[in-house]
Design a protein around this ligand. Structure first.
Ligand code: SF4
Length: 498
C-alpha cells in the first residue's frame, strides 16, 4: 500500500516534469504524428484509407514521421484501393519511386494483401462510409485483448497478440493502448508492476495489458497519457525534451519514482548499473540547475562548464571550470588567455579551447551596441559602446580602422595591426590601404590600451598627427582617433587634440 502511494506521487511528479520540460505539449496526445488523440474516449471516425495506412505502417514498419515514407504510404493505399484482378504487376511498375521498389521487392505480395485488407475493411463500413471496427459495440471494445484478437482475425497480416504489430496498428488508429515495446516493458518490470520483460505470447500480452490497466487505475492517469509519459521516461520517445531517466542505464538519482520502484529498492544507485547511473546523473545536474534556478543565477564556473560541454559529464566540466577559474582568476582573464594557455589544461584540447573563446566572443559582441555595415557612426561614444567590451580586457594593443562613406556610415571595420603601437605598426600605408580599396571617404582610428588607462602617450599623439597628414594628402578625412581604456575612453576629436 505504501509503495502504491509512492508510485502515485512519483507519477504525479513525472507528469509535472513532463509538462515543465515540454510546455504546450500535453502528455495525453498520441506519439504518432497526424493521429493525435484529443479525446481518448472518442477516437476520430475511421475511414478505410486510415485503416489501410495503419495496417501498412504496422505490417512493413513505415514511419509516418518520414515525408518520403508518407508518400510511399499514399501510393500503396492508392494501389490497394484501386482493386481489379491482375493489376498487381502493372501497379508495382507504376510505383517505381526509388526505394519503394525495393520495399515491394522485399514484400512481393504486399499490394495483393493490402487489397484484401481494403476489401475486409470495406465490409466494416456503415452507410456513411465510416469503419466500425470489430468489437466496437458494447463490451469487447473496452477489452483491448479481445479487440486486438478481432483485428488480427478480421484483417490478417498483423501477427498475433503476442507480437508488437497488432498493438502498433491499434495505436496508429488512435486506440487507447500502449505498445508493449521493450523499453516500456523494462520500465514496468523495474517498477515492479510487470513480472518480467519477456513478451512472446498471448499470456504475456494479457499480463502487459493488465499491468497497464492496473497502473492507470492506481495513478488515475488515462492509458493514452500513460503511454506518452512512459515513452518519455523510458527513452522511447524522440523529439521531446528531458526524460529518458529509465532508459537502458537508469538514472535513478534523478527519478521521482525511486520511493515506489522495486529496482531501486533492491539495487539502488550502487547496483550493477550504479556507476553508469551516477555518470549519467551528473550530466543532468547542471541542466536541472539551469531549469530550476535560471541561467542568470548560475555561477561563472557553471556557465563556463556549459560552454565547454566536456561530453555531457557535468561533474568533470564543473571541476575543469573551477580549475580554470582558480588558475586564471576570473572570466576576463580566461577570455584573455591564449589558446596554448587553455590547452595546457588536461581535458581541454584545441577544439574545446576554441569553443570557449568563441563563446566569450559571442557574449562580448552581444554586449556591445554593435555597429553594423551601413549604420551611421555619430561620434566617439558610438565607437566606445560598440567596441569597449571586445577590446578593453585583451592584453595586446589592437589598431583598428573604421571605414566610412560620404555620410559617415560604416563600410567595414579592419584590424590594421596588433602589438605595441608605434609608427611601424600604424604605418599610413597599411592604415590607408583598406580605405582606398573600399573607396572610403572618411575613417575613424581606434586602438585599445591594455593598461586600462586611455590617456594617450606621446607616440599616440605622433601617430595621430602622421595619419591625419596622410589622410589630407589622400583626400580621406580622419574624423577621430579613439583610445579604449578599461572603463573610459579618450577621443582626440572631443579633446580638440586633432
Ligand atoms: S528509480 Fe530508477 S529504475 Fe526505478 S523507474 Fe526510476 S529510473 Fe527506472
Amino acid at each position: 500500500m505504501a509503495a502504491d502511494l509512492q508510485i502515485i506521487d512519483g507519477f504525479e511528479a513525472l507528469r509535472a516534469e513532463f509538462i515543465a520540460e515540454n510546455p504546450g505539449l500535453r502528455p495525453n496526445t498520441s506519439v504518432i504524428p497526424g493521429r493525435e488523440i484529443t479525446d481518448p474516449q472518442n477516437p476520430p471516425a475511421l475511414k478505410t484509407p486510415d485503416v489501410l495506412q495503419a495496417w501498412l505502417c504496422a505490417r512493413v514498419g513505415l514511419a509516418t514521421s518520414s515525408s518520403e515514407e508518407r508518400r510511399w504510404l499514399r501510393t500503396l493505399v492508392r494501389l490497394a484501393m484501386r482493386g481489379g484482378a491482375g493489376e498487381g504487376a502493372g501497379q508495382v511498375a507504376e510505383a517505381r519511386e526509388g526505394s519503394l521498389t525495393a520495399l515491394l521487392r522485399k514484400h512481393p505480395k504486399l499490394i495483393e494483401q493490402a487489397r484484401r485488407v481494403a476489401e475486409a475493411v470495406g465490409e466494416m463500413e456503415d452507410d456513411g462510409g465510416v469503419v466500425q471496427p470489430p468489437g466496437s459495440g458494447a463490451g469487447p471494445r473496452r477489452d483491448p485483448v479481445a479487440h486486438a484478437k478481432a483485428w488480427v482475425k478480421g484483417l490478417g497480416g498483423l501477427g498475433d497478440i503476442g507480437g508488437l504489430r497488432v498493438w502498433k496498428f491499434m495505436r496508429l488508429l488512435g486506440e487507447e493502448v500502449v505498445v508493449p515495446e521493450r523499453a516500456v516493458r523494462r520500465f514496468l518490470y523495474r517498477l515492479g508492476v510487470l513480472g518480467g520483460e519477456k513478451f512472446s505470447g498471448a499470456a504475456d500480452a494479457l499480463a502487459f495489458v493488465s499491468a497497464i490497466q492496473g497502473l492507470s487505475r492506481l495513478t488515475g492517469i488515462g492509458v493514452a497519457e500513460l503511454d506518452r509519459l512512459m515513452a518519455w521516461h523510458s527513452g522511447r520517445a524522440a523529439g521531446l525534451s528531458g526524460g529518458g531517466r529509465c532508459a537502458a542505464k537508469p538514472r535513478c538519482s534523478l527519478c521521482p519514482l525511486t520511493a515506489g520502484c522495486a529496482w531501486f529498492r533492491f539495487r539502488g544507485e550502487d547496483g550493477a548499473d550504479g556507476a553508469a547511473s551516477r555518470e549519467a546523473a551528473s550530466a543532468d545536474r547542471l541542466k536541472l540547475r539551469w531549469r530550476d534556478q535560471g541561467l542568470d543565477e548560475m555561477t561563472d564556473a557553471e556557465l563556463l562548464a556549459f560552454a565547454m560541454g566536456l561530453g555531457g559529464d557535468s561533474d568533470q566540466a564543473t571541476r575543469t571550470a573551477d580549475d580554470l577559474m582558480r588558475r586564471f582568476g576570473g572570466l576576463r582573464e580566461i577570455y584573455a588567455a591564449s589558446l596554448s594557455e587553455l590547452t595546457a589544461f588536461r581535458s581541454i584540447g584545441e577544439a574545446r579551447a576554441r569553443q570557449i573563446k568563441a563563446a566569450f566572443e559571442i557574449g562580448l559582441r552581444l554586449a556591445g551596441k554593435s555597429l553594423v555595415r551601413g549604420a551611421p557612426v555619430n561620434g566617439s561614444e558610438d565607437v566606445w559602446l560598440a567596441y569597449r567590451e571586445r577590446y578593453r580586457h585583451i592584453p595586446q594593443e589592437h589598431f583598428i580602422i573604421l571605414l566610412l562613406d560620404t555620410k559617415n556610415r560604416l563600410i567595414k571595420a579592419e584590424i590594421v595591426s596588433k602589438g605595441t603601437l608605434s609608427g611601424s605598426l600604424a604605418h599610413p600605408r597599411e592604415v590607408f590601404k583598406q580605405a582606398v580599396r573600399h573607396s572610403a571617404s572618411a575613417v575613424i582610428l581606434m586602438h585599445n590600451h591594455p593598461s586600462g588607462d586611455p590617456e594617450p602617450s606621446p607616440e599616440d599623439f605622433a601617430v595621430t598627427e602622421q595619419l591625419c597628414d596622410a589622410g589630407r594628402i589622400l583626400g580621406i578625412r580622419v574624423l577621430d582617433h579613439v583610445i579604449l581604456g578599461e572603463s573610459e575612453y579618450f577621443s582626440f576629436k572631443d579633446k580638440g587634440a586633432m
